[in-house]
Design a protein around this ligand. Structure first.
Ligand code: ARG
Length: 393
């Protein structure tokens, strides 16, 4: 009898390698692996070799870096997307893209099930399951979750089956792409432990430059198009900022995060480009948006971030919010200057042809066109009800 075919989103790491072997041996299936390159920085040939060594039927490698930036990172910048005010959603943004690619190949290969290597404790299972289900009704196999596997058991299983695991993977659980690098596990599981400098590879933590560096970012309709006077293609632009900000110690996030499944976790990230771009973008928005737009959009931004974090990329509400956000970006064109110095980042200048800032209105100088006398009546009416209510105190 012909074996059943399943397709697996494969990173080449511990979890997905264990899953390949498990599906072959316990489920007696043929496994097709798909690796989607979203800027993990991994050697794709090495991953392909690893897949072959594990005995997969076929391996696909898809370079989706550009698509990741234009269809996932750009919307995140426009939404100033920071889950719980801190996390730039690097992993969360990549999962729906990977799932979409898996579905494309699943249709072509006519597989009978879809598989992933997520545990039952994280957010990635929510993102994969829901995005896969939005596009297919094939069953989903998640062996790590189904078997309640822990890291030690996996490492033992890997050893027994001759699966190679690199050294960093032994110390921490890492997930990285162009938008950020998530570092979990090991000594970081005690939230009081300061992350050792060995946890960081993008960001310099010692011997930082003695002089500040500047980043000049030009946005057109909320999209970064030029940095330091250079027009860069989408992927290069993100890489450039990651490198420059990282060299100045900028981009480390360390916070307590609420996972979708209810677990509180300690998360450490390296996200230099995301921090700089979101800081710059939201500053520019404040220059060109009315106070009403600014206030309302922050609610939408928060909801957008939550939907993406919690695996609902394909929910119709996200489409609706996308339309709103796109509409708000019409005037988000201009340049922002950031100062990077010994781990800190600060906006130190901004300009836009759509600026609502008016020097003649704002100045305290002689040439002011703002009639102060008008303020008296306005202030009195503004506080009218507060004044009345306080009479009952
Ligand atoms: N907490 C982040 C998130 O849920 C990062 C997760 C990192 N994922 C991983 N498989 N190590 O998006």
């Amino acid at each position: 009898m012909k074996k059943q075919k399943s397709i697996l989103a494969f990173s080449g790491g511990l979890d997905t390698s264990v899953v390949v072997k498990y599906m072959q041996e316990i489920h007696d299936m043929d496994v097709i692996t798909v690796t989607v390159d979203v800027g993990q920085g991994d050697n794709q040939n090495k991953i392909a070799k690893k897949a072959k060594k594990l005995g997969v039927k076929k391996h696909y490698n898809i370079d989706a870096k550009k698509e990741f930036v234009t269809n996932f990172i750009y919307p995140a910048i426009q939404a100033n997307a920071l889950y719980q005010k801190k996390y730039c959603l690097a992993t969360a943004l990549a999962r729906p893209l990977i799932a979409h690619k898996v579905l494309e190949i699943a249709r072509k290969e006519k597989v009978s099930s879809l598989a992933h290597g997520c545990s039952g404790k994280g957010n990635d299972q929510v993102r994969f399951d829901n995005t896969l289900r939005a596009g297919s009704n094939l069953p989903i196999i998640a062996p790590i979750r189904d078997l309640n596997l822990d890291r030690e058991t996996e490492l033992k299983f890997a050893k027994k089956h001759g699966i190679e695991i690199d050294n960093v993977a032994k110390k921490f659980s890492i997930d990285q792409n162009l938008w950020g690098r998530a570092i979990e596990g090991g000594v970081l599981e005690n939230p009081f432990n300061e992350p050792p400098s060995s946890a960081f590879i993008w960001i310099k933590t010692k011997n930082l430059p003695a002089k500040p560096a500047y980043l000049k970012i030009k946005f057109v309709k909320g999209i970064p198009v030029e940095v330091d006077g250079k027009k860069l293609d989408p992927v290069k632009l993100i890489e450039y900022i990651n490198k420059k900000a990282g060299a100045n110690g900028v981009g480390i996030i360390d916070h307590i995060e609420d996972r979708v499944v209810g677990i509180k976790s300690r998360e450490v990230y390296e996200t230099p480009a995301a921090i700089c771009l979101i800081e710059a973008h939201s500053d520019l928005e404040k220059m060109v948006h009315t106070k009403h737009e600014t206030k309302f959009k922050s609610i939408v931004d928060d909801e957008w971030s939550w939907l993406v974090y919690s695996g609902l990329w394909d929910d119709p509400l996200k489409d609706d919010l996308d339309k709103f956000i796109e509409q708000t970006q019409k005037r988000v064109t201009g340049t922002v200057k950031l100062k990077l110095f010994k781990g800190s980042v600060r906006v130190v200048g901004r300009e836009s042809r759509y600026s609502l800032y008016s020097h003649s209105i704002a100045t305290y100088g002689k040439k002011s066109t703002f009639d102060q006398k008008l303020a008296k009546g306005f202030v009195e009416l503004w506080g009218l009800q507060t004044t009345e209510a306080n009479k009952f105190k």
